[in-house]
Design a protein around this ligand. Structure first.
Ligand code: MG
Length: 377
């Protein structure tokens, strides 16, 4: 990966001191593209290897297919990523086919994000993760050209980034206890339910820790009465909210029935993918879970955040299992959300980037320009 600037810095040095602007403008000078530059998109498949087999209500897996993307603009490189958990329908093949149709060389100015990303959205329907990979790389590039991270460009306070939860998948009591131990640095646990051992999962965790828990049923409860009963039971066990209690096909009036009676906030994940869904789920859920791989990237994610806030809804920012590239991009929005679940890069063991980190359980946004990542492999 060439995503850091080392190669380009070296090239600048070879051009001699005259190529470097004096005073402290060195870093900015590194980000000046060659004259007449055009954007070039490249991509390569990557397999994220999970530290543990990860089980949720709908599937179980030990790797996540991924695509790493770069946009080279005269030597300034923007990095992006598509993470594609199999149950969501995109694959490395569909992603490569989509990206092959994207021609960025026809845009003279990368700052025209609106034009470029609208065009990319129209290349083909669906493909949200593939679209997100281009959006993230373009944001990274533009931030680097401005020499600023996106949280600053958006005007968000870095020190307001929230605590992040650490995810525990559906498992046996022994494994769950082990995972709670591993989660020692985190102050909130996110527990996957909707399997056949919901109460056992929670009771096992409560036998070893009283940390606050958030619950994700991943559409696992098919009946609204059962969902209400479970949420009432969870409320008594220091659970903060419940994500996607019922299938996304559940009529919204049934979801509204549940949310009206629910003693915990309900958060739409699978039921709320893109900007147009936010208004639809208002009233049916208390809030939404924004993920870059659903929203087609940072541009639309930021709009979802703004619209949800205007509608008086709660907002969480989540992720797939993905590298620090996608996580760092999402972290830029985190100062403005109620809850974050940005542990995706911690769940994999071959992260090719460093960027946003978790310090004392809190999302800590990188101060590097763009999305704030550096390649480490
Ligand atoms: Mg979820």
């Amino acid at each position: 990966m060439r995503c850091d600037r080392r190669g380009f810095v070296k090239a600048s040095a070879l051009l001699g001191a005259a190529a470097v602007v004096p005073r402290a403008a060195g870093p900015a000078a590194e980000r000046q593209p060659a004259k007449g530059a055009r954007m070039k998109l490249t991509f390569r498949p990557f397999t994220a290897e999970l530290r543990h087999v990860f089980t949720i209500a709908v599937s179980s897996r030990s790797t996540t297919p991924d695509m790493l993307v770069e946009i080279d603009y005269g030597g300034v490189i923007g990095c992006g990523e598509a993470s594609m958990p199999p149950y969501l329908g995109e694959t490395q093949e569909t992603c490569a086919a989509f990206l092959s149709k994207v021609d960025l060389s026809r845009y003279p100015d990368p700052f025209e994000l609106e034009t470029i990303l609208d065009d990319i959205d129209r290349v083909a329907p669906g493909n949200p993760a593939a679209k997100a990979s281009v959006d993230i790389a373009l944001h990274d590039l533009v931030g680097k050209l401005m020499n600023q991270p996106w949280y600053k460009i958006w005007g968000y306070p870095r020190d307001k980034a929230p605590l992040t939860s650490f995810t525990i998948g559906i498992d046996t009591p022994d494994v769950v206890r082990q995972k709670v131990k591993e989660a020692a640095p985190y102050r909130i646990l996110k527990v996957k339910l909707g399997g056949t051992n919901d109460r056992e999962m929670i009771e096992t965790i409560r036998s070893v820790t009283d940390k606050p828990i958030t619950v994700d049923a991943n559409q696992g409860w098919k009946d609204k009465q059962h969902a209400l009963e479970m949420i009432g039971w969870l409320k008594e066990r220091n659970v903060l909210f419940c994500e996607q209690p019922m299938p996304k096909e559940t009529p919204l009036d049934q979801m509204a029935w549940l949310t009206e009676r629910s003693p915990l906030p309900t958060i739409a994940d699978e039921s709320c993918q893109r900007l147009g869904d936010v208004k639809k789920v208002q009233g049916a859920f208390t809030g939404i879970n924004i993920k870059l791989m659903k929203s087609t990237g940072m541009r639309e994610a930021q709009r979802m955040l703004t619209v949800a806030r205007a509608l008086g809804m709660k907002v969480m920012i989540g992720c797939m299992t993905e590298t620090s590239c996608g996580i760092s991009a999402a972290s830029q929005l985190s100062p403005m959300v109620d809850w974050a679940d940005l542990d995706g890069a911690l769940l994999i063991r071959n992260d090719p980037f460093e960027g946003a980190t978790i310090v004392d359980g809190r999302v800590t946004i990188s101060e590097r320009a763009g999305i704030g990542v550096r390649a480490i492999t």
